[in-house]
Write a protein that binds this ligand. Structure first.
Ligand code: NAP
Length: 268
């Protein structure tokens, strides 16, 4: 790769994750902030979001505006699930490599976006979780499910989270399903006295979503076997914890073609 700085656009720059991304980009000399999007912030300097001096990047109201005005290499998107798919498509249309932290994609959408990235000859990443500890939790959980196939996932997030279950829990469930023996758990005659009591059903096991103020992001994968349980748990305390992963992703997407789903696939 050349010594040129990687030009980064940030979508959702005023959001809680977006602000961390703006800060991370401004603090890495090998990256250059070239555009920032916030639908409701107005045309202010992006540095305002993070208490930094003027960056010269004026916030755009739409992604199209931002990408037509700047030659970005990479778009980092932490916005809302309803906009994630169209944002990713827009980035690819502009030939900008998407690094997407926003959750809420269907497998069909991911497949289509992968094809579009390949057609454009650009790399992309959708990662439900950029935290290294969370990735390890998922890997360990998949490993444990080979030996202890009775499993339930409990994920905890703040009460304002829009989607349930979390993207991380779905990703964990997918990884477990790839290696766990097929098994429909629980009593076949089980009845829910209150609807939803047993959580969401996924390939024979359950995912439970807890939503409470004061909680940031946690997940527990509980395995049951004869006379024993095993719990694999990850706790996130701060959004800054995702940034080393986002930083690696911004650099890695410059090096391949196609859309990768899951940060674990680009972690060395
Ligand atoms: P947030 O604080 O609510 O920020 C979301 C931002 O998105 C808002 O600032 C809003 O801009 C902007 N926005 C809304 N609609 C938009 C659109 N159509 N186009 C562009 N921007 C739009 O949320 P957050 O906590 O930062 O989380 C954002 C997303 O990241 C969520 O889906 C969350 O689940 C996900 N997340 C992922 C990870 C991971 O590791 N992958 C980690 C944490 C969170 P305005 O302020 O201008 O209205």
């Amino acid at each position: 790769m050349s010594n040129e700085r990687i030009k980064v656009a940030v979508n959702g720059a005023r959001g809680r994750m977006g602000r961390e991304v703006v800060k991370m980009v401004l603090e890495d000399e090998s990256l250059q902030l070239v555009a920032a999007v916030s639908p409701s912030a107005g045309p202010i300097d992006a540095g305002t979001f993070v208490g930094k001096p003027e960056t010269g990047v004026i916030v755009s109201a739409t992604l199209e505006q931002a990408l037509s005005g700047a030659k970005a290499d990479v778009l980092v998107d932490f916005t809302v699930p309803q906009a994630a798919y169209s944002n990713t498509k827009t980035a690819i249309d502009f030939g900008v490599r998407p690094v997407i932290g926003t959750t809420g994609f269907t497998p069909e959408q991911i497949e289509e976006l992968d094809e579009l990235c390949k057609q454009k000859g650009i790399g992309g990443l959708i990662a439900p979780n950029f935290s290294i500890g969370a990735i390890l939790m998922m890997k360990f959980a998949a490993e444990a499910s080979k030996y202890l196939p009775h499993v339930e996932i409990i994920e905890y997030h703040g009460d304002q989270k829009l989607d349930a279950p979390s993207g991380t829990s779905i990703k964990t469930a997918e990884l477990i399903s790839q290696v766990r023996q097929e098994l429909r758990q629980g009593n076949p005659n089980e009845e829910e006295v209150i609807e939803g009591a047993r959580g969401g059903y996924y390939n024979g096991f359950r995912i439970h979503s807890v939503r409470l103020p004061g909680v940031f992001a946690q997940q527990e994968v509980v395995f049951g076997g004869y006379g024993q349980t095993l719990k694999i748990r990850h706790d996130s305390y701060d959004r800054a914890g995702y940034m080393p992963g986002v930083n690696v992703a911004v650099k890695k997407v410059m090096t391949y073609s196609g859309l990768i789903y899951g940060f674990e696939h680009i972690m060395d």
